[in-house]
Each structure stands twice: as C-alpha cells, then as structure tokens.
Design a protein around this ligand. Structure first.
Ligand code: FE2
Ligand code: FE2
Length: 418
C-alpha cells in the first residue's frame, strides 16, 4: 500500500516499516498493527506519515511469538503467572498485562540467548539468605517523623521550589530564578527537557526558555523530582541499587504521565513527579532502618508475599503511608502528597482516578521490570481501580512501547548514578 498520510491511517492497518519521531526515535515497529491509541501516539509525537502494507487483524504479538523458541516462551509464561499470583487473572486487564509481560520477557530471553547469555537467568530469583539475628521490634511512624534526620537530607533548592509552588503570588520569573541558582539542577533539567520524551522541535538551552515552552508549573514539578533524585546517597546496595530504584520511579512517573494524557487530565507533569516520588517512603525505610528492611525482604520473598503487604508487621507502617506523611511534612502540594499516599489504595484517595493512575503505573513498572524498588511480584490491580480510569486495555501496550524506548534514556539523562 506504500506511504500514507496520518489522516489516511486507520486502526487495523499493519506497518511495513518502523515509525520514527522527529528526533529519529522509534515509536512503532515494522509489523505492528495500528490501533486508535497508536494513531493518537503518532499524532502526539508529530508523525505525519507511515508506511503500511495493508489491512490485517493479526496482533503484532503473533509476529513476535513466531520468532521466539517455544521453551523460552513457556518459561516466560510460567514466570509471569508466578509474579501475577496476587492478581485476579479472570480480569481482562490482568489477562492483557500477562500476555504483554510474557511476550516482553520472552523477547528479552531470546535476545539474551542470541548473545550467548543464559536466558533462564532472567527468570531465576535467588532466595535471600536468612538474616542473622532477630528482627528488631516494629517502629512508630510518628516518632520517626519527629526525628528530623531525614528531613535535613533534602537539598535546599527542593524547599525553595515548594515555597514557589505554595505561593500564589510567585511568577514564572521567580521559578526561573530559583532553578537557575542551582547549576547541577539546571544541567539535569535541560537534558531532560531536550529529550525525545518532551518532543521539542528546537533545542531549549536556558531555564527562562524552558519556563516558556514547558510551562512554569510543569517545570517546577519536574525540578522537584530531579532535585530529589540527586539527594539520596548512601542506601545499602544489598537492599536496592540506586539505579534500579530510580529506574522504577522514573518508569512509574512516565507511565503515569502517559496514562494521564490518554485520560486527558490537566497538567500531566505532576503525575511524572508523583511517580518519581511514589516509593520515597521505602527509600527512607532503607536509610533509617536497614535491619528491618533486610528482614522485610526475607519475609516477603521466602513467603511469596507482596512486600508492601508485609511492611506493617515488620516495619510498623507501610512505605506509602510514610511517603505521604513525609511529603506533607515537606509541605508539598496536596495532590502530590495524596497521589503518593494512596498509590496502593486508590479507592481511599480523595481523587480516586488520580491515585488509580499511580496504581496502574506502578503495576506496569513492576510487571515489565523497569528497575525495582524491592518488589518482585506484581502489586494488586483491582477491577475497580482499572474501571474507574475508563481506558481501553490497548493503552497498556502503547504505554509499554513508549517506556521501552525512553525509560533508559531518561535514566541516563537524569544521571541517577551521580
Ligand atoms: Fe509502592
Ligand atoms: Fe513502586
């Protein structure tokens, strides 16, 4: 059929060549079948045309599965089934996720085999050694909050940004001024703003220009997230690597931003920041209670339980509660605090669809193993949580497609290792 303009592309058509955005990043692959969501993604990223080979209803996944040795596909399927053990597999959304995760994993295994690596290493999870000594007694979260050790660990620019956000009289110039005073933050921020994720047509080389093109609210949100990334050092590596932790957080933020834009929610940047900070409570746990954290992981992994569901009995509180309380103590915007507080319990949030976006984004980041904040299994996604978003399940595949192309790039640009 050849090259067609975007306006002539229809769901069901199959691509005969990869589709690239204006920066040369791949958005869709040869063989993918177009969906309504895929067409919307092409529009968002400014694609004007694509090459299609004709109509077809075959799923892109069928093409992929043909290339994957059946034993690898089967190993991926079993691993996926294990990791979704706390989810209800009779739900359409869980079935879709399991199918996508299996293919995603099987494809990675086939690539590993092609490189001469052991593909089964991707589905083997070592059992953690039993920690020496007894677990210390659970901690009291209010006592922890009164102790200002962790509050003092935040960079001063973060507090200044919060002040700007909370002051209705502050202007775009105030925003630019606060950011411009921190040269490390400026460098990280401009790298991210110039990444394909933002789809800028021209290079943004100053903060005042970034305020104009990204918007001051969005830029403050992004700056808050980035300034936090730079401030956490010294977490014991045996609990989690900082790179894995931020990769998980960034993937959750990117997924939340994408889902929020599919649902046409305003100021999608705040979802990116909420994703970056959603597990901050766990990072604080690792820092102030490493012994409890070692016991926490041992309990969860050896009993095949979800880590969050073991936290109350081992730590005395959950990471989502601690995260929400910390953001409140740090005087962050209420919507940020609530979206972090309720990312595992969206039904209890004051704005259920917003917290539901966080919950789905976290499930996606965990399910497809974009980094890790310590969880090995896939957290629970309930029917109510998914249904309240009123999105078709096909957005999940489109979301993962964008994450695959962009998470590692954003991780690199944010320079999470130092
Ligand atoms: Fe979490
Ligand atoms: Fe998470």
């Amino acid at each position: 059929m050849g090259t067609l303009a975007l306006s002539a592309l229809k769901p069901g058509m199959r691509l005969s060549a990869d589709v690239l955005d204006r920066n040369g990043r791949k958005l869709l692959s040869y063989g993918d079948t177009l969906s309504e969501q895929a067409l919307r993604v092409l529009k968002i990223w400014g694609v004007t045309e694509a090459q299609v080979e004709g109509e077809g209803s075959e799923e892109a996944s069928a093409l992929v599965s043909e290339e994957i040795p059946s034993e690898l596909y089967e190993a991926a399927r079993r691993d996926t089934e294990h990791r979704f053990r706390h989810n209800d597999s009779s739900l359409l959304v869980i079935q879709e996720l399991q199918k996508l995760v299996t293919l995603h994993l099987a494809r990675k295994m086939a690539l590993a085999q092609g490189r001469g690596d052991d593909p089964l290493a991707l589905v083997q999870h070592d059992s953690p050694a039993k920690p020496a000594g007894k677990c210390p007694p659970p901690l009291d979260v209010q006592t922890l909050l009164r102790d200002d050790v962790k509050l003092g660990s935040l960079p001063s620019v973060f507090h200044k940004l919060v002040e700007v956000v909370n002051d209705s009289r502050s202007s775009a110039t105030d925003v630019a001024e606060v950011i411009a005073n921190d040269t490390d933050l400026v460098a990280r921020l401009l790298r991210v703003v110039n990444s394909p994720f933002y789809g800028m047509t021209a290079k943004v080389d100053t903060i005042s220009r970034a305020v104009t093109v990204v918007g001051s609210n969005q830029l403050v949100s992004l700056a808050m997230g980035i300034s936090i990334v730079a401030s956490f050092k010294g977490i014991p590596e045996h609990l989690v690597s900082m790179r894995d932790f931020w990769e998980h957080s960034i993937a959750c933020g990117m997924a939340a931003r994408i889902l929020a834009s599919y649902r046409r929610m305003p100021n999608t940047e705040r979802f990116f920041v909420a994703g970056m900070l959603h597990d901050i409570g766990r990072l604080i746990m690792f820092k102030i209670a490493p012994d409890h954290s070692t016991h926490l992981f041992h309990t969860a992994y050896s009993e095949h339980r979800i880590v969050q569901q073991c936290e109350k009995e081992v730590m005395g509180f959950t990471h989502d509660r601690l995260g929400g309380l910390l953001l409140k103590a740090w005087r962050c915007p209420v919507s940020l605090e609530k979206n972090v507080r309720y990312h595992h319990l969206p039904g209890m949030a004051p704005t259920v669809p917003e917290a539901a976006i966080m919950c789905v984004a976290d499930v996606v980041a965990n399910a497809f193993r974009f980094g890790s904040s310590g969880e090995r299994l896939v957290p629970v996604l309930s029917r109510e949580t998914w249904d309240c978003l009123e999105l078709p399940v096909s957005v999940l595949g489109q979301t993962v497609l964008q994450l695959d192309y962009q998470v590692s790039e954003i991780v690199r640009l944010m320079n999470v290792d130092g």
